[in-house]
Design a protein around this ligand. Sequence first.
Ligand code: SF4
Length: 433
Amino acid sequence: MNEADSQKLAAGLAKLGWEEAAKPDQADLAVVNTCVVRQKAEDRASSYLGHLRRLKETRDKGLQIAVMGCMVGPRTDDLRARFPYVDVWARPQSFEVVLRHILPESDLGGEFWPETFPEPNGPAAFVPVIHGCNKFCTYCIVPYRRGRERSRTIEEIAREVVSLCTKGVREVTLLGQTVEAYGKDLPADDSGRRPDLADLFGAIHETPGLNRIRFLTSYPRDMTESIIRSVAGLPKVCEHFNIPLQSGDNDVLAQMRRGYTIEEYVEWVHRIRDIVPDASMSTDVIVGFCGEAEEQFENTLRVLEDLRFDKVHVAAYSPRPGTIAWRHMEDTVPQAEKMRRLHAVEALQERIATELNAAFLDTTQEVLVEGQKEAEDGDTVYTGRNRANKLVHFRADGGHAPVAVGDLVPVRISKTTPWSLQGEAAAFAVVAA
Ligand code: SF4
């Protein structure tokens, strides 16, 4: 989401005549778009600000520093005291605050924002479709910083997708903190029906140049049968679901206020696998949440073992000031124990991903090429993702059309690891969407 926000701000700056600097020390303005979902992310932002301060002090020409994103809450007194060298503070997506600071006379009204679309930096692009979150999980800072759910209209999103595809984008990922909530806040039609994510898939599906549609992140309770069926039925929508589990224990889920039981979660996963049998799935897990006992953590391991996700994003709990957990719960699990649990999830997942990825051996995968680099032996190695969102590295030693970033290439898989697939381009012709 932050990457998409940064590109939107960059597009606004470009419209006002600014250009991207090659390096921070050549810039007149540095915007740090921050994430504070975990302590580690916040520490990185603080440390980068320290680097910019030193840069600002040594520069003859002034450097203006703006901080945007989730580090910035409704009150900035503390931040201003901690970082007095920062020129402007802007809450998430408060692009205008930054633009008005540097160019106070600019006219940002009328068509300025509706017609400001990001410049893609590759064949895959993120498109935010719903901002904010209404869920208030006890550990999470997002609703306090990004506000309540607000969907963009289908028309505006469709225009953005067209704009991206005319600039070479072939895959879009529709983004929301809870992407299946898309449309719930939009006006209903005469029959009382509101648009949903399935309608949005349908509306952008035939965009010229577009080959793939992804969506991220799912909130289990918002997932509907109609959305799952549209993933199964629309060929450009990739069969990949990221559905955060967070914990495999009902008491911990209740403490987190996730709004579902583990039995309900498992049922949703089975329903998806029934309707979309080749679906790949990833999930998010937090270990060491307030009061999490060893047996509760083992329940999480058991669910991960049973459901066998393609990928697990695991994080050790860190209290976020201002959240319900920070205000009312005790952070009881020692850091060393959190890390032991985190490593246990990683070890389990490494074994599961090794087994799941091995099934791709000797198959041919459609890969959207996103990058290339020279290997030690001088050969070019291309990198991209298959429809299941697996990272694929491959070589193209001839016998087919030249490979370029943005191509969809069939790749014969000859080696697998827990983290990627490797192979060789099969004979192919470049396909127009
Ligand atoms: S649903 Fe996601 S973004 Fe919303 S509060 Fe819960 S964890 Fe945070």
